[in-house]
Write a new protein. Structure first.
Length: 376
């Protein structure tokens, strides 16, 4: 952009030059002050001169600072990136894209309110900035404001390179939260390239509903999937999980057995059978199902955790310890595995190790809690 000329009146004494320089630095910043001193010191000739001095934050400097801010963001150095971006934001006019990058920095720090405000400002500055528009919608969703997020996500409809954010997934969750279930199904179907009214789309939507504890609607969607495709794998498994969540144990077992008939080598169905038998107190059946699960999914912590739970109830403490240690080795961030291992150690009289495991379980569970910022 063209530079804006500045008229400088040169002082007649060196002391006056320094005084003017201090005032000039406060007004125009350090970048221009070096130019001021260079010419102001000419005052030793005892004349008054008017000079036109270019004083701009050059386009080259802006591009360099923007690139540096992006590099810092890419490396997760959000505070350092914000320092660079605040310098850019102070320029008039503010460089395009600065607020979007500030929003990404705040988003990375988990400060959703500040992120949303920065993204909103970026969209106001450039209505064509679809990435900022989408991220504003995502920030609103993270703040629990799904209804406000939907128009932005619908308009943006953008996959952001280098991020783990899928617009259709977030939009689908927003539709679920606002009870727009058909729209949610269509959004999830687009993400997975399913026909929107297919059995697969209904089952996928049912699974998303179950994750958000929308049990009645999840049940209806799974049943619709089975109407469209009676032998669809995992539909009975999902219905069994819903029955299990309601403590409808006989119905849950029937659904899991139906799934095993259709999908006999799917390890998760044996996990769920074992879990149900634990809850009904049928520990031998639980152990048999979980032993089968371990053979089918040896890298999953779930059957090891459940076997540890069974053996702990049966007071086979040494074997419970071994299975739970295996679970922790597979997934060190499983608070359930640490908590059960703590119980096992306590039963074995190893109080120090028990306290350590309980502390780890508490820390992991606390870190996993969602943090939603209130709207101010």
């Amino acid at each position: 952009m063209p530079s804006t000329p500045m008229i400088i009146t040169i002082a007649t004494r060196q002391d006056d030059a320094r005084s003017l320089g201090r005032r000039h630095r406060l007004r125009h910043g350090r970048r221009c002050t070096r130019w001021f001193y260079r010419f102001a010191l000419l005052a030793i000739v005892g004349t008054v001169v008017q000079l036109t001095v270019p004083c701009v934050y050059s386009q080259t400097a802006r591009l360099a600072d923007t690139a540096e801010a992006q590099r810092l963001l890419d490396h997760g150095q959000f505070d350092d990136a914000l320092k660079v971006l605040d310098t850019l934001a102070a320029q008039q006019p503010e460089p395009t894209g600065t607020e979007r990058l500030r929003g990404m920095a705040f988003y990375g720090k988990g400060q959703m309110q500040s992120a949303e405000e920065a993204f909103a400002k970026a969209v106001a500055q450039d209505p064509a900035d679809r990435e900022a528009m989408q991220m504003e919608g995502v920030a609103l969703f993270r703040m629990g404001r799904s209804a406000a997020a939907i128009p932005l996500l619908e308009k943006a409809n953008l996959a952001i390179p280098g991020s783990n954010i899928d617009n259709n997934y977030v939009l689908g969750l927003c539709y679920l939260d606002t009870r727009r279930y058909d729209d949610a199904r269509h959004a999830f179907a687009i993400q997975y390239h399913f026909p929107p009214d297919s059995a697969s789309a209904y089952l996928l939507t049912a699974r998303m509903m179950l994750r958000r504890d929308y049990l009645p609607t999840a049940e209806s969607a799974a049943q619709k999937a089975l109407v469209l495709s009676p032998n669809l794998p995992m539909a009975h498994l999902l219905l069994g999980q819903i029955r299990l969540a309601r403590s409808q144990f006989p119905e849950a077992l029937a659904e899991f057995e139906a799934e095993r008939t259709l999908n006999p080598l799917f390890g998760e169905v044996y996990d769920r059978l074992g879990d149900t038998y634990i809850r009904t107190g049928e520990y031998l059946k639980a152990q048999e199902a979980l032993d089968q699960a371990v053979l089918l999914e040896p890298t999953s912590p779930v059957p090891f955790i459940l076997l540890g739970k069974v053996l702990l109830k049966e007071r086979d403490l040494v074997m419970a310890q071994q299975y739970l240690q295996k679970a922790v080795a597979i997934d060190p961030r499983s608070y359930i595995a640490h908590a059960l291992l703590g119980q096992t150690y306590r039963s074995l009289g190893r109080t120090d190790q028990a306290s350590h495991e309980f502390q780890l379980a508490e820390e992991i569970q606390a870190a996993a809690q969602p943090k939603i910022e209130p709207f101010k």
